[in-house]
Design a protein around this ligand. Structure first.
Ligand code: PHE
Length: 349
């Protein structure tokens, strides 16, 4: 029967086309080819009328069955293709929540500021308040009332930046001693961390650097209180018990005056070639002494009733020692990656 043969040929051709289709568009083309208005199957259905009536029913049923089959298979194939496309998309958009984070860069304090905060915190724990004073200072506060008259040779120790009007950039934080005494009177305990300026510029000196001043004024203040305070502060800052050495020195505003040496935090005196202490075992860290009566007097406090001690400590050096930073100039460099990486890679000072 030619119609039967036709039906089988259409089925085969459909099966073959379907096997080669992999996109929805190709499926659509197949649908048009077989069941579209001009499709093979539609043509056959239209030609039913030409058949003898006794054949019409049987062939018609076969053709309808085939059309149902074709539509069914096209639907199934369509679903399969859509599913696999969805799956592909899902895979490409999948988020692996187990991957490590890219890492967020968060802000951080400059190591010198961090050092200021740490030391000020320690001193606040010992009952000191944080005071401040101007960086553009008057000669009177920076020198004169600190027992440094204009002719005094000690002015040469601190090469000064002057402004045309006679003001200057403070060469140390010591003027805050007088300003605090005048403002608060006695008894008094203050620290003042801040920037200071001197005409110095080489690999180990910068024209701007940082200090922290400390001042205690009270009745019957003793030298040993000062020694205890200094060692307490530095032990707390470095997180270990260190040895200290007090060397006689000279400052116009303290009498007696001392310089404080601290055990080398790097080698504790055990390395003759230590890069930090150069084999001496000691590090010079602060100037200090019992406040000169003239200075107490300039602070409008009676030196017969009150005495005190004062110290000045270099914060840049403290930061370098604590965080193992080998070059002072890194503090003023715009490249923050060194600090963001946890100060890695640099040689110790
Ligand atoms: N002002 C001194 C300096 O800058 C340090 C110092 C402060 C010394 C207080 C004694 C007392 O070198």
């Amino acid at each position: 029967m030619p119609e039967d043969m036709n039906i089988n040929a259409v089925r085969d051709s459909f099966t073959e086309s379907l096997a080669g289709a992999s996109t929805l568009q190709e499926l659509d083309e197949i649908r048009v080819k077989f069941t579209g208005k001009k499709g093979t199957l539609t043509q056959l259905l239209r030609s039913l009328g030409k058949l003898p009536p006794e054949k019409r029913k049987e062939i018609g049923q076969s053709l309808n069955t085939l059309r149902d089959e074709i539509e069914n298979e096209l639907d199934l194939a369509g679903r399969r293709i859509r599913d696999s496309e969805n799956e592909k998309q899902e895979i490409s958009e999948r988020i692996d929540v187990t991957l490590p984070q890219k890492g967020r860069i968060s802000g951080a304090f400059h190591p010198v500021l961090q050092t200021m905060h740490e030391l000020a915190d320690i001193m606040q724990g010992l009952g000191y308040s944080v005071a401040s004073g101007p960086e553009v200072e008057e000669d009177y506060y920076n020198f004169e009332c600190l027992n440094v008259p204009p002719w005094h040779p000690a002015r040469d120790m601190q090469d000064t930046f002057y402004f045309p009007d006679g003001k200057l950039l403070r060469t140390h934080t010591s003027p805050v001693q007088i300003r605090s005494m005048l403002q608060y009177g006695a008894p008094l305990r203050i620290v003042c961390p801040g920037k200071v300026y001197r005409r110095d510029n080489d690999t180990t000196h910068s024209p701007m650097f940082t200090q922290m001043e400390g001042l205690l004024v009270d009745k019957n203040v003793s030298f040993s209180m000062m020694k205890g305070t200094m060692s307490e502060m530095l032990n707390a800052f470095f997180g270990k018990s260190l040895r200290y050495r007090f060397r006689a020195s000279y400052f116009p505003f303290t009498e007696p005056s001392m310089e404080l040496d601290m055990e080398c935090v790097e080698c504790s005196g055990h390395d003759a070639h230590c890069r930090v202490c150069h084999g001496t075992g000691w590090l010079e860290v602060a100037g200090m002494g019992m406040v000169h009566p003239n200075v107490i007097r300039a602070g409008k406090i009676d030196p017969d009733e009150y005495n005190g001690f004062a110290f000045g400590i270099g914060l840049d050096r403290m930061a370098m020692l604590k965080y193992g930073i080998g070059d002072l100039r890194l503090f003023f460099d715009g490249n923050i990656s060194y600090f963001m990486s946890g100060f890695g890679g640099a040689e110790k000072c």
